[in-house]
Design a protein around this ligand. Sequence first.
Ligand code: CAA
Length: 298
Amino acid sequence: MAISKVGIIGTGTMGLGVAQVCASAGHDVIAVKATPGPVDKAKDTVVKGLAKIVERGKMDAATRDAIISRMTFSSEENAVADCDLVIESIIEDLETKKALFRRLDQVCRADTLLTTNTSTLSVTAMMAVCKKRDRVAGLHFFNPAPVMKLVEIIHGFETSDETLEKLNVFCKDINKDPVIVQDTTGFIVNRLLVPYMLNAIRMLERGTGTIEDIDHAMKSGAAHPMGPFELADYIGLDVVEAMSMNIYMDVRHEHHAPPHTLTRLVQLGYLGRKTGQGFYDYSAKPPVQNPQLLRPVI
Ligand code: CAA
């Protein structure tokens, strides 16, 4: 059976981005706010994002209205019960995610595919709390979800071939470019990207170059759209630190542990673009490297 109705749990940046991608491809979407608070804010975020695309002449108003009409917003988790596919995109906390999977396994139809958008947690650990494990997998989107083509389909320990094939077809259907990956911490992209960002931070700590120089070098010399510090600020330094810790706890090699400067910035609440301060100071236009990082962070 083809996937028609998609349930998204979690209405943060990733959840709403994925919801928009699915609705844009013609799927009915129910987006569930996982934490207390007004659901209207989630809808407003999508409406404002689409309005910008229309303003720039990249989408017509009728298409925007059709996308919005396919999206329903709810604060009731059970609203996803009759979906063909559920994609959870809640907080990156394994116990919270396991509790959610335990509930989804009970309320959803037996043939509903249950997936997680986790970046570095174990899909198999979430699968383990479910009775019907063959329909559990990972579906890892990248930020910004409407733009980035890749989706990592994560093969958990007991994910069936049928589930993987359905997810593969679904990803192509929503105009994404999937790759099937075994369930290892960080999968493919974050297992390569996180050490890359950590190495850039250590390079800064050693005084190899400034933030701007290292970013410039990687954009100009390796054709990356963003340098490692711009990327870390974009992802969120708290997220980068958490991904680093998850990989470190798995492999126990200090190479993967969060560098001192990253930990200090997170402690200060300098989380990158979302707080206006990170490796860059976003109050300046254009952003400048954070002046406090021109001397060693202790
Ligand atoms: N939603 C929708 N569209 C967006 C968008 C968003 N949030 N952000 C940018 N876009 C669109 C713009 O509308 C624009 O589209 P058009 O060309 O059709 O006009 C296009 O993307 C390019 O955007 P901009 O011109 O504003 O800016 P840019 O050229 O600097 O691109 C970028 C911005 C796409 C973010 C680019 O810098 C990039 O690809 N950066 C790398 C991002 C990346 O590596 N993401 C992965 C992070 S790791 C991750 O997500 C995994 C995890 O688990 C944490």
